[in-house]
Design a protein around this ligand. Structure first.
Ligand code: DAH
Length: 341
């Protein structure tokens, strides 16, 4: 038994000495000193000793227990100290390291162009309106004088939500004209930017979702001269003083007469180049005098009031403004692209 005690003592002390982590140390404690541990197991055999041997062995066993407990305590302290040391090292804070720069987002080129436009119109006394992207076909078409059978209502062009084509993703911002006429007192001077949707395949100049800006003025005695004067001023503010414009006759169901406005190419001055595809002019927007029937449908007397309206695609304007040649870049939102503005 003496030898067994000496063996346990030597083994346990060596194990306590070399242990590296607290969990393993606890396992060792159970193994040697626990209720079912090796030392206890040995003490249970004391009964087999002679009465003379018993106190001697008892004393010896107590010595071994005390030695093991001492070593266990020391080892545990050592582990705690090194754990603390490690933690302090890991959490050390070097206040002299330079901070990480926070990267700040940037305004999207479309918003830059839109903000410029809004500034111009607000400066002329227009208010900025908003309308829903999910719109009634009644407002998107009927109230704009494009009744049943009008080609623009076709299923192949329009995203309808229901079989009887009553609810749709608006295909133009023009229904905001109707909403404004229904909701606001006259006179009205408003612009309304927003997303519109058409069933177009994506390519360099098309997208099934794009943005338009609508504009409308209604008052007594408003004429085509007001339309031209206002839009000429806008063109000069956007593209520089002296920018030439031209108005070509066109057709829209909700205006009469209708026109399209071109601006003289700012790159070649009208001679013809790649920017204007050799034309010398760049098409900018559709416009016209609001059709009397449209005014009537909104309860406005066309004998007393008249108005003009315009609408254009914001992407086209932004592409030109920033000399971007593919519309897809506008929507992909690659930061390397966006950081250039
Ligand atoms: N809504 C027309 C379109 O999407 C653009 C337009 C043309 C709007 C003439 C107008 C306008 O307000 O008067 O093609």
């Amino acid at each position: 038994m003496r030898e067994q005690l000496a063996k346990i003592r030597a083994e346990a002390l060596a194990a306590f000495e070399s242990v590296q982590d607290a969990a393993r140390l606890d396992e060792l404690r159970v193994k040697y000193l626990g209720k079912k541990g090796e030392l206890t197991a040995l003490l249970k055999q004391m009964g087999r000793l002679t009465p003379e041997e018993r106190p001697v062995m008892g004393q010896l066993a107590n010595d071994v227990r005390a030695a093991l407990e001492g070593a266990l305590e020391a080892s545990s302290k050592k582990l705690e100290a090194s754990a603390l040391e490690r933690r302090l090292q890991n959490e050390a804070l070097d206040v002299t390291i330079p901070g990480k720069a926070v990267s700040i987002g940037r305004q999207h080129p479309m918003n830059i162009a839109l903000d410029e436009l809004k500034d111009i119109f607000i400066g002329m006394g227009f208010q900025v309106l908003d309308g829903p992207e999910v719109e009634l076909a009644e407002l998107n078409f009927d109230r704009l004088n494009a009744g049943e059978g009008h080609p623009s209502r076709d299923w192949s062009d329009t995203f309808y939500f229901d079989r009887d084509s009553r609810v749709m993703l608006r295909s133009q911002t023009s229904p905001i004209q109707v909403r404004a006429m229904d909701a606001l007192p006259l006179p009205i001077r408003m612009v309304a930017p927003g997303r519109v949707y058409r069933k177009d395949e994506v390519d360099a100049t098309h997208s099934p979702m794009f943005h338009q800006v609508e504009g409308m003025v209604i008052d007594r005695g408003v004429t085509m001269a007001d339309l031209k004067g206002t839009l000429n001023t806008v063109a000069e503010q956007l593209f520089g003083e002296g920018t030439k414009t031209r108005f070509r006759p066109h057709h829209f169901p909700f205006t009469e007469p209708s026109c399209e406005m071109d601006v003289q190419c700012h790159k070649c001055g009208g001679v013809g180049c790649s920017t204007c595809k050799g034309e010398g002019w760049i098409e900018l927007l559709g416009a016209g005098m609001i059709h009397p029937r449209v005014l009537e449908m909104s309860g406005i007397d066309p004998e007393v009031y008249s108005g003009w309206a315009f609408g254009f695609g914001l992407e086209r304007l932004a592409l030109r403004r920033f000399k971007i040649d593919d519309m897809r870049l506008i929507f992909e939102n690659d930061v390397r692209f966006l950081e250039q503005f």
